[in-house]
Ligand binder design. Structure first.
Ligand code: ZN
Ligand code: ZN
Length: 312
């Protein structure tokens, strides 16, 4: 394991504060980042810190330090390299350009080879890309590339498991849900003394059953089909998704055809979101940050307004 693990949120997490861009952060509790090469917005909910930044056609990256995982590698803030497991949704450059950079940095810093999950259809090309970078950069590219398809399950730890679901974009793409799993005593054994339960367990009886709670859903780029096709997306405590377009003058059929979503798609689905927090990001570069913030909040119905975090 790395000596200094930047994936540890330590005292940098800003619980209960509005999103802060790292470059603007002046909090006395926040350790200054040694290198500030890419913007990071940081906010916490329910014991999880969400760190990331996402603009369409520019760069997208997220991580959740408590789970030691990240989503997408469109760029790689220097202190994200300590996170050992990444889920890449699709091979567009704004989601994957920093994959070789990340793999090379970990090796340079003598960290364990990382594990990167990505759509099965692109694994071989990414492997080839790494080999070419290895030849050009003259540094070995060591990592575990794992192709995944909708329906797959990935064991992360005893407490956490990831599932893969289909999204709808213009290139092979998938989304991910991270679940917490607990082993609870089955109803029929409630009330039994502890030593009796222990004896049953030792005799091979399955006295517990697994109960799963969806913690985080991440869609990457998708048309609304990516939300609608997998119910846990609407149930996860935290949903991280895209809202590339907001102004009414954009034609929605065209937006959907290119595998993206519009603010109106969210308004139409207001009743379906059971998430505690809905992070909307990946706004088009044609919008200024303040415009996005003001306009989206003014258009959202009250049921969504207090749960949507406009991440820009
Ligand atoms: Zn994108
Ligand atoms: Zn894309």
């Amino acid at each position: 394991m790395p000596k200094a693990d930047p994936s540890d949120p330590g005292d940098r997490a800003q619980f209960g504060r509005p999103p802060t861009r790292s470059a603007e952060s002046k909090s006395s509790t926040e350790r200054p980042r040694p290198v500030d090469n890419a913007p990071v917005v940081r906010r916490a909910h329910g014991g999880l810190t969400i760190e990331g930044y996402s603009r369409a056609a520019v760069q997208t990256y997220w991580r959740i330090p408590e789970l030691k995982i990240g989503f997408d590698l469109g760029a790689q803030p220097w202190d994200f390299m300590g996170t050992p497991t990444w889920f890449v949704t699709h091979p567009h450059l704004d989601h994957m350009a920093a994959l070789p950079v990340y793999v090379a940095r970990r090796r340079m810093m003598r960290m364990e080879p990382p594990t990167i999950y990505l759509p099965a259809a692109v694994v071989e090309d990414v492997r080839r890309l790494l080999l070419i970078m290895q030849r050009l950069d003259r540094g070995r590219m060591v990592c575990h590339l794992k192709g995944v398809s909708p329906g797959d399950e990935i064991d992360l730890s005893r407490e956490h498991v990831a599932t893969v679901f289909a999204t709808a974009h213009t290139v092979p793409s998938v989304g991910f849900v991270i679940w917490e799993r607990r082993h609870k005593l089955k109803l029929e054994y409630h009330g039994l003394p502890g030593d009796r339960i222990r004896d049953l367990r030792l005799s091979g009886v399955a006295v517990t059953s697994e109960v799963r709670t969806p913690l985080v859903a991440y869609t990457g780029d998708t048309s609304p089909a990516g939300l609608d096709g997998y119910p846990p997306v609407y149930q996860a405590k935290i949903l991280i998704t895209e809202m590339s377009f907001i102004r009414p003058n954009h034609r929605r059929e065209k937006i959907h055809k290119f595998g993206h979503m519009h603010l109106d798609d969210f308004i139409e689905r207001a009743d379906r979101f059971h998430n505690e927090v809905i992070i909307c990001a990946h706004y088009s570069t044609r919008y200024h940050s303040q415009e996005v913030q003001r306009y989206v909040v003014s258009r959202l119905p009250p049921t969504l307004r207090h749960r949507v975090w406009v991440w820009v």
